[in-house]
Design a protein around this ligand. Structure first.
Ligand SMILES: [Zn+2]
Length: 416
């Protein structure tokens, strides 16, 4: 990469998320990291040699952190929604055909996310199949490799296999792209393989992603061992344990601060919330997917009150209409009655905290990597963050910068 001199990104408004809003603000970037955040006047005077990228009618925010997504689904031909098990049966039916276009879909999904201001992507795919496309996209991110033990052998063999697979996936990756393990769900991975994977990854200091308490059918499967998911996975006889999915996940040691649980959308009780808070597991909130698949509404306000780390996730294009995390966040803001600032935090620093990467990204702070988005909006004082989310949700991102490198420019900036 060529040596780049310092750059000042300046705009009518800067929303650092971790600090108060700055009118006529600026972010000084040196060697991929944020060197200072302040007003354009301050930073401009002290750094006359810096290249200026000035968006006088724009707003600079931290780049969106997508805490749960799947890249390998193509827009336009999603299986029918409405009920989770019907949708999943449709998805499974199409798996053989899907292989012919997964890579192309992953490339397109990643590009769409970048153009919507995303800088970090936490992706889950079978055996990490979308890692090459994430790695070449320019995004920072993690691919969580899902494994399906019944394809492999005993629980010990299955866990050994996925751990080795992730080690292999990690070879030759760009600096900010990583691979980890995912235990897909309570209805696809048996308890023994789940427990072993959780133990093994924690021993290694790795992170883990799971889907949890997503649908009414999952609740029925875990509690009673019956319903739509039991019908699909006729051979999965470990359901029917008489407790909630959250309680079950705790009992097989899946829940820990290094784990991120996607959805938590259906049947999350007060007792479950207590378990989430006590174990320190993080959550990814995907409200559009939950609505499409007939799942419930995740009790995000209650989680936040209890100190559970929550980020936003788009899920994939077969259960969600776009890879635009700000559009996802706008739905959450409306659904829960959040202020804009809460929404913007969920979409950025909240996701970074949920993924354990808040020391490096998620807010505009000196020392962090320069991951930011410039949005074409000049908001008023009432709820500026909400106006920014609305604009970004509507496609108004002008530039997306990952580690100081512009990975997207809509070519409408004012020359500085
Ligand atoms: Zn998912």
């Amino acid at each position: 990469m060529p040596e780049r001199g310092p750059t000042i990104f300046a705009a009518g408004l800067v929303l650092p998320v971790s600090a108060p809003d700055i009118r006529d603000g600026a972010v000084l970037v040196r060697e991929g990291r944020i060197a200072a955040v302040g007003t354009l006047e301050e930073l401009g005077q002290g750094n006359p040699d810096a290249q200026l990228r000035f968006f006088p009618h724009g707003t600079i925010v931290p780049g969106a952190v997508n805490a749960h997504a799947h890249l390998g689904f193509r827009r336009g031909d999603a299986p029918e929604g409405g009920s989770f098990s019907t949708w999943l049966a449709g998805l499974i039916e199409r798996l053989p055909e899907k292989e012919t276009w997964t890579a192309e879909a992953a490339r397109a999904s990643a590009r769409e996310a970048i153009e919507a201001g995303t800088t970090f992507m936490a992706e889950s795919s079978p055996y990490g199949e979308c890692l090459p496309q994430l790695a070449e996209s320019g995004l920072a991110g993690t691919v969580y490799a899902e494994f399906f033990p019944h394809d492999i052998g005993t629980p010990e063999e299955a866990v050994e296999f996925i751990v080795n697979k992730v080690r292999e996936l990690r070879e030759g990756l760009p600096e900010r792209v990583d691979a980890q393990v995912s235990v897909h769900s309570p209805y696809t991975v048996d308890p023994e393989s789940s427990r072993l994977a959780a133990r093994r990854t924690r021993e290694l200091g790795w992170r883990l992603a799971i889907h949890l308490s997503e649908s009414p059918e999952e609740l029925e499967f875990v509690r009673q061992g019956t319903g739509g998911l039991a019908d699909i996975f006729g051979r999965n006889e470990w359901g029917g344990v008489g407790v909630s999915p959250v309680r079950y996940a705790e009992s097989i040691e899946l829940l820990a601060p290094s784990t991120i649980a996607a959805h938590l959308a259906t049947g999350v009780s007060e007792e479950d919330l207590e378990i989430l808070a006590r174990t320190g597991v993080a959550a990814a909130h995907c409200p559009r997917s939950n609505e499409f698949l007939g799942c419930g509404v995740s009790p995000v306000p209650r989680m936040l009150e209890r100190g559970v780390r929550v980020g936003m996730g788009t899920d994939g294009l077969w259960s969600s209409p776009s890879m635009n995390l700000f559009e996802e966040t706008l739905v959450a803001v409306r659904l829960h009655g959040f202020e804009g600032a809460t929404g913007l935090e969920l979409a950025t620093l909240g996701g970074a905290r949920a993924l354990g990467i808040e020391a490096e990204t998620g807010s505009l702070e000196a020392g962090k990597l320069a991951d930011l988005a410039v949005v074409d909006v000049d908001p008023g004082d009432e709820d500026p963050a909400r106006e920014v989310i609305e604009a970004a949700a509507g496609g108004a991102v002008l530039s997306t910068v990952v580690g100081g490198v512009a990975v997207y420019d809509s070519a409408t900036e004012t020359a500085g």
